[in-house]
Design a protein around this ligand. Structure first.
Ligand code: ZN
Length: 373
């Protein structure tokens, strides 16, 4: 069996030497001591001579040996005081990642794990390193990557042609940010707090407009006032209302409104049929009226439940839902017309040839399909 005494190690890292290690409760510690002499150091403030006035010990987390088997690095280092200005400072620990209590190689390892898009929680589970430290390394790695990307694009004298602007929620809908993307390269080129027109104005104030001289089109939500600023700052760029927002808006304001109006019609028809039954109504007619009222209620409830069926793209529907959709559209011509227009609108975004767009035969085919049936 391997026991601690059988293992001897010697490690060195610049002025720090390690000849010893400890294992306590599955936690291993490498013990480093400094061999630096005060004659090798000068005061970082005035360049004067210094002396050691104290010794200090810093513990850093390193890469664990195995899962749940942490490795610590304990570094005994000097505190110096200057003979000239009397200021004190700590010896620099070369293996310590700045602003953290971990080693450089642990930071490098975390950074590599994050590059594989592992969530912070997972990296915390694997490394045993605190969530806040991982987040800090993540921010630094992203900033480094962004600088590198910026330089790469600058070197190529790259100018974006197609942009998209949109808002997104931070903190579950309590605050928002505005984001500008380069659609060709897939780069996020600007992010600012808020989602108002003024938030987007900052993008133009903070960006060199010469860099945007080649922009041909900007995709956006039709409801935000982004178009006003694009017309002002990029007068040559086309404004494109993107499919996602158009579809969502149409689903809510047109399909949703027509569906609810049709549902209300069924509900009031059912009520009228039920109210028309009096004590004088012959039993046979009474049965027929009740049956009709029940049918109206069924149509009402089917429409109330059809929100997602109507909003889902036709080709993504299951065969059962497709059958349900066709039954609804057959019974409701207004809804059928609106639905066909939605499908047409979506198909417009898939066209690549502008000539097809102005061909009325193509444009109305979907509508006709539903009107005939
Ligand atoms: Zn000094």
């Amino acid at each position: 069996m391997l026991i601690d005494k059988n293992i001897s190690i010697h490690l060195s890292c610049q002025q720090f030497e390690c000849n010893n290690f400890e294992i306590n409760d599955g936690e291993s510690t490498l013990l480093f001591t400094s061999s630096q002499k005060s004659t090798d150091v000068v005061c970082p403030f005035c360049g004067g001579k210094v002396h050691v006035y104290d010794n200090s010990c810093t513990t850093l987390k390193d890469m664990p040996i195995w899962h749940n088997a942490p490795l610590l690095v304990e570094v005994k280092h000097h505190r110096y005081r200057c003979h000239c200005c009397n200021r004190s400072f700590s010896e620099d620990i070369c293996m310590k990642c700045p602003r953290t209590r971990i080693t450089y190689r642990a930071a490098k390892w975390i950074s590599e794990l994050l590059r594989w898009h592992l969530p912070i929680n997972a990296v915390h589970e694997i490394t045993g390193i605190h969530w806040d430290t991982i987040r800090l390394i993540h921010e630094e790695a992203m900033a480094e990557e962004l600088d590198w990307r910026k330089k790469e694009l600058q070197d190529k004298d790259y100018r974006p042609k197609y942009l998209a602007v949109d808002e997104f929620a931070i903190h579950k809908g309590h605050s928002y940010a505005t984001c500008v993307m380069d659609l060709e390269q897939g780069d996020v080129i600007w992010v600012g707090k808020g989602r108002s027109k003024d938030s987007f104005l900052r993008f133009f104030q903070e960006t060199d407009l010469g860099h945007l001289a080649d922009v041909k089109a900007v995709a956006m939500d039709m409801n935000a006032s982004y178009n006003i600023l694009v017309e002002q700052f990029l007068p040559h760029a086309e404004i494109v209302y993107d499919r996602y927002h158009m579809q969502a808006q149409y689903g809510k304001d047109v399909l949703g409104a027509v569906r609810l109006a049709e549902a209300r019609n069924h509900s009031s028809a059912a009520r009228e049929l039920e109210n028309s039954i009096t004590d004088e109504t012959p039993p046979e007619q009474r049965r027929a009226l009740r049956l009709q009222a029940r049918q109206q209620r069924q149509l009402y409830s089917r429409l109330k439940k059809s929100r997602w069926t109507l909003l889902t793209n036709g080709e993504s529907l299951s065969s059962e839902n497709e059958e349900n959709l066709n039954a609804i559209l057959n019974d409701h011509s207004d809804l059928a017309l609106c639905y066909a227009m939605k499908e047409e609108m979506c198909s417009l975004f898939e066209l690549t040839d502008p000539v097809i767009v102005v061909n009325p035969a193509t444009f109305t085919s979907g509508i006709r399909k539903f009107l005939i049936s």
